[in-house]
Design a protein around this ligand. Structure first.
Ligand code: SF4
Length: 292
């Protein structure tokens, strides 16, 4: 009768066995660190913010649920399901609203009235979205939705979770589409958004033969704006990003302490921690932050 033991079984030590007689397990290749647009933006905003969020990992004790977050997440999930199921061709307007209600996230609205107001506003947004999706279906097809893309940049792996990519039927161009709950959007908003630049780099490096551009869909206003890199701009951005990534990897986190940033600290979830530090140090943080 042939043995049904696996190779893994053969590595189990039993009393009295000689460990030196066993094959040495191969060392696992060390995984490269991964950097996302959110991490990179955090570091560029404030290294202490990065330290608290990703090194000390205390964010879960300090992040506050906000109505904006819940609404954005609900709309993202609803639109993901909508496009995965074939968009306006397969999902009616009423079904789209039903999907939203089924996946509605209630946290952070404070009162029932506020939640109802946001729910009604979201229904109006999806109503308009359905019409524009039906129009786009004649010239584009969904290429992918909610996908994590990765690009090896040497010392680290660049990652980005993309809401949606549409393929244009006329020339095969790939359009990265990101949803925001905004009322309006301008081309400069797309150009200046770190995440949109990272997404373009990821998609271009994975599909070098395609034209690639990025669009922000401002859901509340039902408007969009697009921007793209030239090849030279993209190469320069990639170089800059590699430099920032190396700075993050080489930072001595024990030596990072909070430095007040006037337009950032007042709205930061970690202000309580940093404030305690400044008080202990006797720093004039109130003056810097404009707090009376
Ligand atoms: S409160 Fe200011 S210094 Fe502290 S983590 Fe936030 S942004 Fe950085």
């Amino acid at each position: 009768m042939p043995s049904r033991k696996s190779q893994t079984d053969d590595l189990i030590l039993t009393p009295g066995s000689d460990p030196s007689a066993l094959p040495t397990p191969k060392p696992r290749a060390k995984r490269k660190p991964e950097l996302s647009p959110t991490r990179i933006r955090s570091f560029l905003t404030c290294p202490m913010l990065y330290r608290l969020e990703y090194i000390d990992k205390v964010g879960r004790f300090y992040h506050r649920a906000q109505a904006g977050w819940a609404l954005g997440s609900t709309l993202h999930q609803t639109l993901q399901a909508f496009h995965e199921e074939g968009g306006a061709d397969n999902v009616s307007r009423a079904e789209l609203i039903e999907k939203m209600d089924a996946g509605w996230i209630s946290s952070g609205y404070g009162t029932v009235e506020n939640e109802t107001r946001h729910r009604n506003a979201a229904a109006v947004i999806l109503h308009g979205y359905h019409s524009s999706a039906a129009e786009r279906a004649e010239t584009t097809r969904t290429f992918l939705t909610e996908k994590m893309l990765k690009y090896d940049m040497g010392a680290f792996v660049l990652t980005g979770r993309i809401d949606r990519i549409d393929e244009h039927l006329a020339d095969g161009a790939l359009e990265i589409v990101d949803y925001k709950t905004w009322d309006s959007v301008h081309e400069d908003d797309v150009k200046e958004a770190m995440a949109m630049s990272v997404y373009q780099l990821l998609v271009k490096r994975l599909h070098p033969d395609r034209r690639v551009f990025a669009t922000i869909h401002a859901l509340a206003g039902g408007v969009t704006a697009s921007a793209s890199f030239t090849d030279e701009e993209m190469a320069a951005f990639e170089d800059d990003l590699r430099g920032v990534g190396l700075m993050i990897l080489e930072t001595d986190w024990e030596a990072v302490f909070p430095k007040p940033i006037a337009d950032t600290c007042p709205g930061c979830d970690f202000l309580k921690i940093c404030r305690s530090y400044w008080i202990r140090e006797g720093a004039e943080w109130e003056r810097v932050l404009g707090i009376p």
